[in-house]
Design a protein around this ligand. Structure first.
Ligand code: ZN
Length: 305
C-alpha cells in the first residue's frame, strides 16, 4: 500500500494513516462551489460506501484502491462539505472557498431572452429528459483513461453569470469552445450515448454516460451523429458543431455532471481518475434510468446556453 499511497502523494492526505485503517485522500484539498472532488480510498478490499453533501458516492475500483467523484453544488450555503462513510473511514470536512463568478451581458433573440410560457413547458420537459439521462451513468466506469478536453479556445467559462437582453439572469453551467459551424465534435471519453434530443435552449444535445456517475453533455449541435444506446470511444465523432438553441454563434458547449450536480469541466479534466475496470463493448447493457432526477440541471429551468 505504500507504493500506492506514494502514487497519489500529490494529493492532500486528510484521513487516518494507522496500520490496517483505510486511507482517504481528496483532490483538490480546497474547493469552490461547482468544483468536482475526487475521493480515493486505499487500504481496503471492499468498495466503500458513503455520501458527500447529500450525494451518494459511486465508488469504483481504481489503480489505487477505490475512487469516486462528486460535485460541490454551485448553490452550496455551507463553508465546508462533509464526506461521510457508512463504515470504516472517519468523516472528512473539506473547506469551501467562496468564489465570485464573472458577469456578462448577452444579447439573443427575444424568444430566448425571456421564453414565453408555452416554451417554458418545453424547457421543463427538456430538463427532465436530461436529468433522467444521468441515471444511465450509474455503474462501473466505461472508460480506462483520462478525459480529453475538446479542441478550440475557451470562449466562456463555467459559472459565469449572464444577463440576457438586460433582463433575465442565468448561470453558465459549462465551458464553451470556439468551433466552426459543421466541424466534427468528438466524445471526450468512452461511454454510452444516454440521450440525443432537440431542446429549446441547448439546441441539439448529446449526453454520454461514462459510468461512475459521470456524464458529459454537448450542446448546440447542428446535427448529432449518434443515437441513444450507441457505444462510443474517446475521439469518436458524436455530432457537428452548430448554434442551435440559445446561442450567439457556433461553438461547442461542454457540461459535466457528477453526483451532486454540474461541475467545471476545466477542473474535472485535471482530476487524476484511474479506474481499473472497463466493461466489454457489449455487456448486457447499461442500467435503465431508475434513480431520481433530483440533481437535474441543478433544477434551474433555463440555464443551458
Ligand atoms: Zn455554453
Amino acid at each position: 500500500m505504500i507504493l500506492l499511497a506514494r502514487s497519489i502523494s500529490a494529493l492532500c492526505v486528510l484521513g487516518g494513516v494507522a496500520a490496517a485503517e483505510p486511507t482517504v485522500t481528496v483532490a483538490p484539498a480546497k474547493v469552490h462551489p461547482g468544483d468536482p472532488v475526487l475521493v480515493t480510498v486505499t487500504g481496503t478490499t471492499d468498495a466503500p460506501r458513503g455520501k458527500a453533501g447529500g450525494a451518494k458516492l459511486q465508488f469504483f475500483p481504481a489503480k489505487a484502491g477505490f475512487q469516486a467523484v462528486f460535485a460541490v453544488p454551485l448553490d452550496v450555503n455551507e463553508d465546508h462539505i462533509l464526506v461521510e462513510f457508512t463504515a470504516g473511514p472517519q468523516p472528512l470536512s473539506i473547506p469551501i472557498v467562496v468564489e465570485t463568478f464573472p458577469e456578462t451581458n448577452v444579447t439573443v433573440e427575444e424568444e430566448y431572452a425571456d421564453p414565453p410560457k408555452e416554451d417554458r413547458v418545453t424547457i421543463d420537459a427538456d430538463n427532465a429528459a436530461i436529468g433522467a439521462s444521468y441515471a444511465r451513468a450509474t455503474g462501473a466506469p466505461q472508460f480506462a483513461h483520462g478525459f480529453h478536453r475538446p479542441p478550440g479556445a475557451v470562449t466562456s467559462t463555467f459559472g459565469e453569470w449572464r444577463t440576457f437582453n438586460d433582463g433575465h439572469r442565468a448561470q453558465h453551467l459549462g465551458l464553451d469552445f470556439a468551433a466552426r459551424e459543421g466541424s466534427p465534435v468528438a466524445a471526450i471519453d468512452d461511454g454510452v450515448v444516454a440521450l440525443v434530443r432537440d431542446t429549446f435552449l441547448a439546441g441539439t444535445v448529446v449526453v454520454i454516460a461514462h459510468g461512475g456517475g459521470i456524464s458529459s453533455l454537448y450542446f448546440h449541435f447542428s446535427k448529432a451523429s449518434v443515437v441513444e444506446g450507441d457505444k462510443v470511444t474517446q475521439g469518436k465523432r458524436i455530432g457537428l458543431a452548430g448554434h442551435t438553441g440559445r446561442t450567439t454563434g457556433p461553438h461547442v458547449h461542454l457540461s459535466i455532471h457528477v453526483p451532486g450536480g454540474m461541475v467545471d469541466p476545466a477542473s474535472f479534466i485535471k482530476l487524476p481518475i484511474y479506474p481499473t475496470v472497463k466493461l466489454a463493448a457489449h455487456t448486457s447493457g447499461h442500467r435503465l434510468p431508475s434513480a431520481s432526477t433530483s440533481s437535474a440541471m441543478n433544477t434551474a429551468s433555463d440555464r443551458p446556453h
